[in-house]
Ligand binder design. Sequence first.
Ligand code: SF4
Length: 182
Amino acid sequence: MLVKEYLWCPAYAWLSWNGPPLRAPPHVEVEYTLSPLEASLLAEALGHVGHLVAEARLYSPRLRVYGRVDYLVEPGRGGAGAVLEVKARGAWGGGGHQEAQAALYAIMAEDQYRRPFEAYIVSQLEVRRVPRAARAAALRALRGLRRALAEPVPPRPGHGGSQCRSCAYRRVCPWARLPSTL
Ligand code: SF4
């Protein structure tokens, strides 16, 4: 699933799929981890009591999408399940791409468990509940991603080039705007 990457930069998603095997993130991240115990306690504080699955693999046959979320809390008695996506930082770059990724995980979990799920983004700075509106944005992005990946060349990015500074593909991307051209 490259929805987050697609929303960050469509060309980055294309190059991740079709380009040379450089899987470095588009920015430098500070290490941040959430232990299973911490995740379980956090989920409980958020009202989600159920079996915790780390690195939970998700698949939606309806959407034909695979994904792996950092933590999934299976729905308990009558309650909603939860997906927790752990990030090094808070809502960097506006956070819309992070929200779309987490929202898609929640949709996939609902397809898999046939129960309601909530999505959260967890960082050192905040615990952010992903709004329901992010689901529509995630599905739109998924459609756009599919179209983009089918193209023979990387799609033109809609951003002004600030992402290019630390992008692992800047040396091979035809749309790269390197520091001297920004
Ligand atoms: S170099 Fe810039 S335009 Fe190309 S993939 Fe990276 S961020 Fe996107």
